[in-house]
Design a protein around this ligand. Structure first.
Ligand code: SF4
Length: 393
């Protein structure tokens, strides 16, 4: 499987690459998480359906698609339009997701289809995420779940990442890949906007090991204005994944004038510390102009520093500034023991440069670092300049 389009991770700046054209209608498959809807005013014909995959809970009359643009009512039954139709497949450092407490120094085989239930004007991957809404057509390549798992194993990945767009919109395919991956000894990770329902959390959580969830702000009006969505379902998803035993890290993109209000960040980080736990990693990411937010200036590094201080003052033990390039300081990529302060993991960009964990615990005091770690990997990867260096900022 080869990469046809390499999108940006959510903490990357700058414009994404170009796309190409595709017009076939492969990828149609029965959808999960829907039911026939009570729709007394629907015209005669096939039944309307209600999709409960994401918190939009779209009502789709016959022939209509949901907000994500990749699920359609065909003859009274919901189908997905993107089963196995990948626009991206790429080997990334797990640190690029970003997931800093999951198999440090390993690589994750990262895949995506088109589509997203959000309409964020600042999306770095808008060409694929917003493709249905923008009328963009892409070259896709079909990959059966077993092919994805084989490709990941051949590439030496330790996990499969469902990423680049909102991956829950291709849940049917995701679950088929994840089940096979689990059986092959791979981990499954989600990079998600968290706009799930309790139903989709229940379907996904048993197969997902870790999730990086965007928490774009702590204000419902902001969510409605910049994403076309609501805050509460995201908080419920974060708590739902946590309760189900999924390892959770949180990312907040600081967009000047939109999501960088200190009072809001105090409320957001206080909620994380209280509801998810003080050792939940919080990634504070710098914004760069993109898509419909081309007129907004990049986040000042001083704002990132201020937010980092707010997170720590709220009691978060692991706060990571992201996407700050040359302004990064040595401590930015360091994970320290929350008990004794000893260095556990050091990173330079996406590269792990020092890994001192022993069986997932601090070598000095023995305190466990919450996350997903494997002794063999730690020992393999210890030492200078390890980890994959692909896909820089
Ligand atoms: S997944 Fe798509 S069709 Fe289903 S509720 Fe969300 S936006 Fe609507």
């Amino acid at each position: 499987m080869s990469l046809r389009h390499r999108p940006r991770e959510k903490d990357q700046g700058g414009p994404a690459g170009g796309v190409s054209v595709h017009g076939a209608e492969r990828g149609v498959a029965p959808a999960i998480l829907w039911s026939v809807a009570d729709d007394p005013h629907a015209p005669p014909g096939p039944a309307s359906v209600r999709c409960v995959l994401c918190a939009h809970r779209c009502l789709l009359r016959a022939g209509r698609r949901g907000i994500c643009g990749v699920r359609e009512n065909r003859g009274g039954e919901l189908v997905t339009l993107v089963y196995g139709e990948l626009v991206a497949a790429h080997l990334d450092p797990i640190e690029k997701k970003p997931l800093f407490h999951v198999l440090p120094g390993s690589t994750s085989y990262s895949i995506a289809t088109v589509g997203c239930p959000f309409r964020c004007g600042f999306c770095q991957n808008w060409e694929i995420a917003q493709a249905p809404r923008e009328g963009l057509r892409h070259t896709t390549f079909h990959a059966e779940p077993a092919e994805v798992v084989d490709a990941a194993l051949s590439a030496g990945a330790r996990s499969i990442a469902f990423t680049y767009v909102e991956p829950t919109i291709f849940a049917e395919y995701l679950l088929d890949v994840a089940r096979l991956a689990r059986g092959a000894g791979l981990r499954n990770v989600l990079v998600t906007n968290g706009y799930c329902t309790p139903e989709s959390v229940a379907a996904l959580a048993p197969w997902i090991d870790a999730a990086n969830v965007d928490l774009k702000g702590f204000d419902d009006a902001t969510y409605r204005r910049i994403c076309g969505a609501r805050l509460e379902p995201v908080l419920e998803t974060l708590a739902g994944f946590r309760a189900a035993g999924v390892w959770v890290e949180v990312t907040t993109l600081l967009i000047p004038g939109h999501t960088d209000d200190p009072a809001g960040l105090r409320a957001l980080t206080g909620w994380i510390a209280r509801e998810l736990g003080p050792e939940t990693p919080w990634h504070v990411s710098r914004f760069f102009p993109a898509y419909r937010f081309g007129h907004v200036h990049p986040t000042p590094v001083a704002t990132i520093r201020e937010a980092t201080a707010i997170g720590r003052a709220s009691g978060l033990a692991h706060v990571y500034p992201g996407n700050i390039g040359g302004a990064a300081e040595r401590d930015d990529g360091i994970t320290r023991c929350a008990g004794c302060g000893s260095l556990l993991v050091a990173r330079s960009g996406y590269r792990v440069t020092d890994l001192r964990l022993r069986d997932g615990a601090c070598p000095a005091c023995g305190r466990r670092l919450p996350g997903i770690f494997e002794a063999g990997l730690e020992h393999d990867r210890r030492g200078p300049a390890v980890g994959a260096g692909t896909g820089g900022r």
